[in-house]
Design a protein around this ligand. Sequence first.
Ligand SMILES: [Zn+2]
Length: 348
Amino acid sequence: MKKQVIALSVAGALTFSGASFALPSAQAVGEGPGYGGTETINTSILTTYSEMAQFLEEQDAKQKHLEVEKIGESVKGRDLFVAKYIQNPENPTILFLTQQHGNEQLTTEGALEFIKHMGTGKMKGVLDGVNVLIVPMLNPDGAMGDVDFSLDDYIASGDRNLTRYNALEVDLNRDHVDKIQPETKALHENVMQKYDIDYMIDLHHQGAQSERDGKLVSGSILYPTTPNADPAVVEKSKQLGSVVFNAIDSKGWGHLGKYNGGSAETISRNGIAVEYGISTLLFEMRGMSDHFYESYVLGQKSNGYLIKQTVTTLDAAVRAISDGSINDADISFWDTLATQQTRPYESE
Ligand SMILES: [Zn+2]
């Protein structure tokens, strides 16, 4: 009896999807807080630092090829981690970094989802050709709102506010030359200098009102733009960007622009490319989890597709490096990809 009910509902679902299941992209993208009176932002639904630490420990015990290692501590004493998949040190290696800015959390949610995904049969054989390092939530104090300054004017509701800065109100992504903060120091001393890394994707979130060709972007990407980066390193960064662009922009919910970033080497995209010869890509996803500017924050209806965007990005990059197809990636799209612009925002 039960079996028959299931069979019927599956048939029903198929009929339904056959009709027209795809949502219009404007709806899938969502809007800012209070938009249409329907969007909310509640930080209680986001993974806490402790939940993340516990998740990593559980996955480490469960996954044969995964090793989770402590790389240092935050200002407030939270352990920082790298999740490592290294089968053959001779293989090319990619590093994924999330949440240098504590209020840019969905990239971390996606990275954790990807770690879970790595433990399934779907990734069988992929690790034969690539090593993967993941540093999730480099700024846990900012992510938990455990900081030495006031967050009273931050917008999100829920059990905590999230901020860009670390506990000492320093922007970690301006500390990659001096490496003064314990979080950046840990990343450089125990990850960048310890492993032979070829590629890095630094995952962030930007404001919610960036557009390309008149349509709000789901994210924007950029390679190293300092004149001091080796052109060969930049070319490989552009290839990494090509892999990501092709994986995302072809999706109904995906629409990527070229990020309008500067050339300072205090920023990881530039500094890490110059110091270590690593091919870096910045990925700025749409909208932040919290901020004091309304136009930077994005309602939580968009969480699902932004997490999926992260998982798709990591999956595509890992596969393209593993099978070597990244070396044939066409970088000519960069010549025509429009730089994103900011749509004027009207506060409600
Ligand atoms: Zn950021």
